[in-house]
Design a protein around this ligand. Structure first.
Ligand SMILES: [Fe+2]
Length: 404
C-alpha cells in the first residue's frame, strides 16, 4: 500500500515539474541565446546547462556552464476564476557564447529531472558574404494539419544549415484555447525544430486580446518590449519584426511607440555592414483578392477572405508602406492569408521594375518585394489561388508549404 502510494506520488511530481516545450531565440547580444520552457508547476532551482561540442551528435557527460531560470506564472484569461489554469514558463539565457560554435544544452534540475540533450549553433559571425538561410512561415496550427509540415521542417533542420526560423504570427490557433493547452501542444510540436534553431515570432491577430499574455510570456524575443517588435542582424541582412496588430486593435499609444522604434532603428542600423533590409509582420500589404463572383459563394473552408487583400491591406499599407519604402527595404514578408503569393517590387499599388526581373528573380529592386507565406498548416481555412491576380503578382500556390 505504502509502496504504491509513494510511487504514485513520485510519478505525479515528475509530471508536474518535468521541463518541456523547449525553444531558443536570438537576443540583443550576438553572444547569447535565450531558452524558454514550460512545466505544469514552477520549481526552485530550474536552470539551463550548456557546454561546447564539436558536432551536433556528440553526447556530453557534463556541462561547463549553467544559469538559473526565472519562472513566470500567468493566468489563462478564458475561463472563470474558479477553473482558471495558470501557465508556468521559465526563461534563462546562455551567455558568453563564441559565435559560430556548437553547444549542447539541457534544462531542468537535479531534483525534478532534466530534458534530453539539445544542441544549437551560436549566431554566426559572418564573413566573406556567406548566405543567411531562414525558414519562414506564418499561420501554423496544431494537430493533423501540421504533420507533413513538421516532418519537412524536422528534415530541413536536421542538418542545422539554417540560421533561424521565423513564424510571423498566428500561432497554435490559439495559444490560450482549451485553457492554454493548445499552446502547450503547439510548443511540444515545434520543440524538435525550435530547440535547434532560434524560433523568432511576431504577433498575429490570433495573439491579441486574451491570447496576448501567452504571446508575451511563452516567447522571448530581442528588444525587451513584450515581443511586440524588434530587430536583429544576420549575415548581411538587417531584419525587423514589425507588428500589424496595434492598428487593428485600436492601440494608438502602442502604435506610436512602434513608429518611434521603426524610425530610430531604420536610421541607426549599420547599412554598410548589413546592406539587405528585410522586414516581417503578420498581415499583408499586398495580395490578390478574388474579384470573381465565386468569391461570394465563400465555400468554407476554402475561400479567400477578400478584405485581407483589399481594405485591410490598404490600411496596413497606409501606415507602414512609406516607412519601409523610404528606408530601402528589399523584402516585406507577411502571412495571415493562408496561401503563398509572391509579388514583384511595388510601391503605392504600382509595379516598380527591378533592374533585372523575371518571374523568379528581381535584381536591383527600387521598392520592396512582397511575399505572403501563410500556408504551413491550419485546420479550417486555406485560401485558393486568386483567379484575378494583381498585375504585379508573380506566383501563387495554395498547397501546404513553407518559405526558405
Ligand atoms: Fe492572421
Amino acid at each position: 500500500m505504502w509502496a504504491f502510494f509513494i510511487s504514485t506520488l513520485s510519478i505525479g511530481l515528475c509530471s508536474l515539474y518535468t521541463p518541456e516545450q523547449v525553444h531558443i531565440a536570438w537576443t540583443d547580444n550576438d553572444q547569447s541565446m535565450s531558452v524558454t520552457w514550460g512545466a505544469d508547476e514552477s520549481s526552485v532551482g530550474s536552470m539551463v546547462q550548456w557546454t561546447p561540442i564539436q558536432s551536433h551528435n556528440q553526447t556530453v557527460k557534463s556541462y561547463a556552464y549553467s544559469a538559473l531560470g526565472t519562472w513566470i506564472v500567468f493566468p489563462n484569461m478564458q475561463v472563470s476564476k474558479i477553473l482558471q489554469r495558470h501557465i508556468h514558463v521559465c526563461k534563462a539565457y546562455m551567455t558568453n557564447l563564441i559565435q559560430g560554435n556548437l553547444y549542447a544544452y539541457r534544462v531542468g534540475s537535479d531534483i525534478y529531472g532534466w530534458t534530453d540533450q539539445f544542441s544549437f549553433q551560436a549566431k554566426k559571425n559572418y564573413q566573406n558574404n556567406q548566405m543567411t538561410r531562414l525558414l519562414v512561415y506564418g499561420d501554423l496550427g496544431i494537430g493533423d494539419q501540421i504533420i507533413a509540415t513538421m516532418q519537412r521542417l524536422i528534415e530541413e533542420t536536421n542538418t542545422y544549415e539554417y540560421d533561424a526560423i521565423i513564424h510571423n504570427g498566428d500561432i497554435a490557433y490559439d495559444l490560450d484555447t482549451n485553457q492554454g493547452k493548445y499552446g502547450d501542444i503547439f510548443l511540444r510540436s515545434v520543440e524538435p525544430i525550435a530547440s535547434r534553431l532560434p524560433y523568432m515570432v511576431s504577433q498575429g491577430n490570433h495573439e491579441s486580446g486574451p491570447v496576448l499574455p501567452h504571446y508575451i510570456n511563452r516567447f522571448q524575443m530581442p528588444g525587451n518590449i513584450s515581443n511586440f517588435w524588434y530587430s536583429y542582424n544576420t549575415g548581411m541582412a538587417h531584419i525587423i519584426a514589425f507588428n500589424t496588430e496595434p492598428i487593428f486593435d485600436g492601440l494608438n499609444d502602442l502604435q506610436a511607440q512602434q513608429m518611434v522604434f521603426l524610425q530610430n532603428d531604420l536610421k541607426n542600423y549599420d547599412k554598410q555592414k548589413y546592406p539587405w533590409l528585410i522586414v516581417y509582420g503578420h498581415r499583408p500589404m499586398y495580395c490578390s483578392p478574388n474579384l470573381t463572383t465565386t468569391a461570394l459563394l465563400k465555400e468554407i473552408p476554402r475561400y479567400r477572405w477578400n478584405p485581407d487583400c483589399q481594405e485591410n491591406a490598404d490600411f496596413v499599407r497606409s501606415v507602414f508602406e512609406d516607412v519601409f519604402y523610404n528606408a530601402g527595404a528589399d523584402m516585406v514578408i507577411t502571412g495571415h492569408v493562408h496561401a503563398y503569393e509572391r509579388l514583384s517590387s511595388v510601391y503605392q499599388n504600382i509595379s516598380v521594375p527591378c533592374e533585372y526581373q523575371d518571374q523568379n528573380t528581381c535584381i536591383g529592386s527600387k521598392a520592396p518585394v512582397y511575399i505572403v507565406t501563410g500556408v504551413p498548416g491550419q485546420d479550417d481555412c486555406y485560401a485558393p489561388i486568386s483567379p484575378t491576380p494583381l498585375p504585379f503578382s508573380m506566383a501563387q500556390d495554395d498547397k501546404l508549404g513553407i518559405s526558405i
